[in-house]
Design a protein around this ligand. Structure first.
Ligand code: TPP
Ligand code: MG
Length: 185
């Protein structure tokens, strides 16, 4: 199962009230295409989805914030995870779509293969975390979504997915337009 299919499936589990922050490249394009609009689609700004998710979680404590990030983006933004682990905002959920590559830019390998995500998350001080290989266990995905989305504390779900090679069209909105549409939603 590919990351795009995970995002498409997620639609059935969302209330529509969540604020979704998508990492740049394919992930934001998939969120734009498969989930309700508008959301916070990052463009170019690699490594920042967790920072922006943390800011939104603190600024809008009454809202549920869901960050969906590729592994390359997550690895680039690791330092923010130390702050997230320290603050542990109750309304923040992070889903890592780990295809072990920078798929958007041609499939170069990330360091995911040698990294123990569960130990890393534990080390950050995250209490509610899990990992699922949907390539091996696709039927577990629905349960994993439920656990992630109904958690009463900061929760992180690491999902190992197949690499997406097919590319979606770029999001046709300039980042300023994305911001304006999001503020007016
Ligand atoms: C600082 C920076 N370096 C490189 C890029 C180019 N770039 C855009 S998306 C991307 C890959 C992102 O990888 P990942 O988060 O794993 O998502 P995937 O493409 O695998 O879905 C890269 C390297 C960028 N936008 N910014
Ligand atoms: Mg990736």
């Amino acid at each position: 199962m590919k990351g795009a299919e995970v995002i498409e499936k997620l639609n059935d589990f969302l209330t529509g009230e969540e604020i979704i922050v998508g990492s740049n490249g394919n992930v934001s394009r998939q969120i734009y295409n498969f989930l309700s609009q508008p959301q916070v689609y990052l463009r170019g700004s690699m490594g920042l989805p967790m920072s922006i998710g943390l800011g939104l979680a603190l600024a809008q404590p009454e809202k549920e914030i869901l960050v969906i990030t590729g592994d390359g983006n997550f690895l680039m933004g690791l330092s923010t995870m130390t702050t997230i682990g320290n603050i542990l905002p109750k309304n923040l959920r992070i889903m890592i779509l780990d295809n072990k590559t920078y798929a958007t830019t041609g499939g170069q390998e990330t360091v995911s293969e040698s990294l123990d995500y569960l130990k890393l998350l534990e080390g950050f001080g995250i209490k509610h975390y899990g990992s699922l290989n949907v390539i091996e266990s696709p039927t577990m995905l629905e349960k994993a979504f439920e656990i992630l989305l109904t958690s009463d504390q900061t929760a992180v779900l690491h999902i190992v997915v197949d690499e997406d090679i097919e590319k979606l069209e770029n999001i046709p909105w300039h980042p300023v337009e994305i911001k304006e549409k999001f503020l007016n939603r």
